[in-house]
Design a protein around this ligand. Structure first.
Ligand code: CP
Length: 304
């Protein structure tokens, strides 16, 4: 892979996705053996999160440490951002401190691309507004590949707040490039305008969408991005769009349930499904470290 930055799945070919996934599988073996890969010893990685995160931030930091790099976490709330420093000037400062990679999460779509165009370091998008979350899609592909021989022809149903979801956008690209068929399922109020432009089928009836599905992926309701009520109540939403064990019986007998997290039990997913034998939610988190090790190594080594 010859990219300086990882900004979106849109920028990657199927061959590049496969290259990342193959290296991530190697990294997962290293993690399982309790070993380290020190190929980034002497390199510096900074995390710059303008939005909250548990999984992405911690797994990127762990991934960098597993590769022998030093990590610096810019706490936006107590940094010079609060004194009015712009994103570009913050990036230039991190460049001057000798960062090899900057991992950014930002509420504004396109902020990672702006940073990437400004700094020498590799920039990795850890989620930008409603645009993309490429490493989430990569870890979702990796997790799916550990349960199915091939993703070609699989039926993937992404259910919930599609309108505000960068995960849905990246996964439509990622699973589509690997030959899977993606259906987006939500009430009309939670589908984006011109949903057909995303390149996936859409369906408003969950029982229809989930029939025969191999992968069922509920998404959190992103209340923080809604400026008006888009559904009557959580209880009603759960009744029509929640993934319950009863509804899961309509999916393929070998179906798996994925969720990017954080989960809201009894909203988009029933607690017994989240904890049940079809759920691979914790496996996704572990694979996130392996995928992030792979992309950090590929991007930073490509710069040398
Ligand atoms: N999936 C995901 O991005 O989780 P965090 O917000 O905890 O990083």
């Amino acid at each position: 892979m010859k990219h300086k930055d990882l900004l979106g799945i849109k920028d990657l070919s199927r061959g590049e996705l496969t290259e990342i996934l193959d290296l991530a599988t190697y990294m997962r073996d290293i993690i399982d053996r309790g070993e380290k890969d020190n190929s980034l010893r002497g390199k510096n990685v900074a995390t710059l999160f303008y939005e909250n995160s548990t999984r992405t931030r911690n797994s990127f930091e762990l991934a960098a440490k597993n590769l022998g790099a030093t990590t610096t976490s810019v706490s936006v709330a107590v940094s010079s951002v609060q004194k009015g420093e712009s994103l570009v000037d913050t990036g230039k400062t991190l460049d001057a401190l000798g960062m090899d990679a900057m991992i950014i999460r930002h509420q504004v779509a396109g902020a990672p691309r702006l940073l990437a165009e400004t700094v020498r370091a590799s920039v990795l998008n850890a989620g930008d507004g409603m645009n993309e979350h490429p490493t989430q899609a990569l870890l979702d592909l990796m997790t799916a590949l550990r349960h199915f021989d091939s993703l070609a022809g699989l039926k993937v149903v992404i259910v919930g707040d599609i309108k505000h979801s960068r995960v849905a956008r990246s996964n439509v690209e990622a699973f589509g490039k690997m030959g899977a068929f993606v259906t987006l399922c939500a009430p009309y109020t939670l589908l984006p305008e011109m949903v057909e432009r995303l390149g996936a089928k859409y369906e408003t009836d969950l029982d229809t969408a989930i029939a025969g599905a191999d992968i069922v992926m509920p998404l959190r309701l992103q209340l923080e991005r809604m400026n008006q009520a888009l559904f009557p109540s959580i209880e009603e939403y759960h009744k029509f769009y929640g993934i319950t064990s009863k509804r899961l019986k309509l999916a393929s007998p070998d179906a798996i349930v994925m969720h990017p997290g954080p989960i809201n039990r009894e909203a988009e997913i029933a607690g017994d499904v989240a904890d049940g034998d079809k759920s691979v939610i914790e496996e996704q988190v572990t694979n996130g470290v392996a995928v992030r090790m792979a992309v950090l190594k590929l991007l930073i080594e490509a710069r040398n």
